[in-house]
Design a protein. Structure first.
Length: 379
């Protein structure tokens, strides 16, 4: 009888536990292999974000210490560096959230696997009970007690015990994932990263010399940058056009158009000289605001309303129009950025900024920061 029972156990019960053992070993290998991949991706993106944060720290410090005559590299403009950090930080957060989701999936999967182990053990013990039920009453009673004990174990008993023991290490499923809106970093809102003036302009370009709309930004580092979009999460921000305004020659303003003669610094291998760029705003008022802010950065002087009117009256389009003193930053309304209005003084008389305009197209209306002066000083 013992030999028959032994043979039955080898054929029906033992394979169940051998299969379970192989499943546990395979699960352990999957865990070791899968844990490393997600963490490597997170570490890589964190390293890239930290590198750009350090670079922003260096160039914001250089901005604060630099003289007004220094000419910075457009690619190291703190404004662009901050947007670059937004791009890499977005990738880092996506990798962190993806790794978090993977770890939560692993946690949930192992809870199910623990239940599978218990159920498999229960099934094997049931088979064992069947195999030995023909033995003596004493042995049968002993084995029945063993089965009854094993069957009384909750399938999630081990898993719940594990969660309780490691509560401070495991991820809390109820915690909210990170978002770019709540992320912070060093020098995040340094004054050198805040645009003096930004909004939609059209620039004449191409073989047919047609006007095309883009986002334009004037930064405290005295650059005029052109971008395809203001979305830093879609791709890393690289200017399509970069003009260092102190090196530029101001043209006149004619209605909604004005011109600048300067060299494009956005291309590292740009060997050409300065050329004339013609811009067109949505309205005459927007054009006067852009022209006056650029003029202030170029000359360091303010432009009065009468000078702007005289300039427009001369019909001085392109780079040949008359010049006047530049005024401080102004604001018209639009869908891009917050609506603000600056107040400046000219000859002791106080007047309001350019009137608010409504309209669509491109990136929306012009946005001017009244707290950042034309020379990058806080007002």
């Amino acid at each position: 009888m013992h030999a028959q029972t032994s043979n039955t156990l080898k054929k029906t019960v033992l394979p169940i536990f051998e299969t379970l053992e192989n499943e546990i070993k395979t699960k352990g290998k999957e865990l070791k292999k899968g844990m490393g991949k997600g963490q490597k991706a997170v570490d890589k993106t964190r390293k890239e974000t930290n590198k750009n944060v350090e670079l922003l720290g260096q160039h914001t410090a250089a901005y604060d210490a630099a003289s007004t005559s220094s000419k910075p590299d457009p690619s190291h403009d703190p404004y662009i560096l901050q947007r670059t950090i937004h791009h890499h930080l977005s990738k880092q957060i996506n990798e962190e959230n993806a790794s978090r989701s993977d770890l939560l999936a692993v946690q949930d999967n192992f809870g199910q696997f623990e239940a599978h182990i218990i159920k498999t053990l229960q099934s094997g013990m049931g088979q064992f009970y069947t195999a030995v039920s023909g033995q003596a009453d004493q042995q049968k009673h002993l084995y029945a007690n063993m089965v009854q004990t094993s069957q009384g174990v909750d399938p999630l008993f081990e898993w719940q015990s594990f969660l309780s023991r490691n509560n401070g290490v495991l991820i809390d499923p109820s915690a909210a994932p990170r978002t770019l809106a709540t992320a912070t970093f060093a020098n995040q809102n340094h004054r050198s990263t805040q645009a003096m003036c930004q909004g939609s302009l059209e620039r004449k370009s191409g073989l047919l010399k047609k006007f095309s709309s883009s986002l334009y930004v004037i930064t405290p580092s005295k650059f005029l940058h052109e971008f395809d979009t203001d979305d830093d999460t879609a791709k890393e921000p690289h200017p399509e056009l970069s003009i260092y305004l102190p090196d530029a020659t101001m043209g006149g303003i004619n209605g909604s158009t004005f011109s600048i003669k300067a060299k494009d610094l956005s291309k590292k291998m740009n060997l050409g000289g300065a050329k004339e760029f013609e811009f067109r705003a949505r309205t005459d008022a927007d054009a006067q605001t852009w022209w006056s802010v650029i003029r202030e950065v170029v000359t360091g002087q303010a432009t009065s309303n009468s000078d702007l009117s005289n300039m427009a009256g001369r019909g001085g389009g392109g780079a040949t129009g008359g010049m006047s003193e530049a005024t401080g930053a102004r604001q018209t309304s639009g869908s891009y950025g917050n609506t603000q209005q600056g107040i400046a003084e000219s000859g002791g008389a106080e007047y309001s900024g350019v009137p608010q305009e409504q309209g669509g197209g491109g990136y929306g209306g012009l946005g001017v920061n009244p707290y950042t002066g034309g020379m990058g000083e806080t007002r």
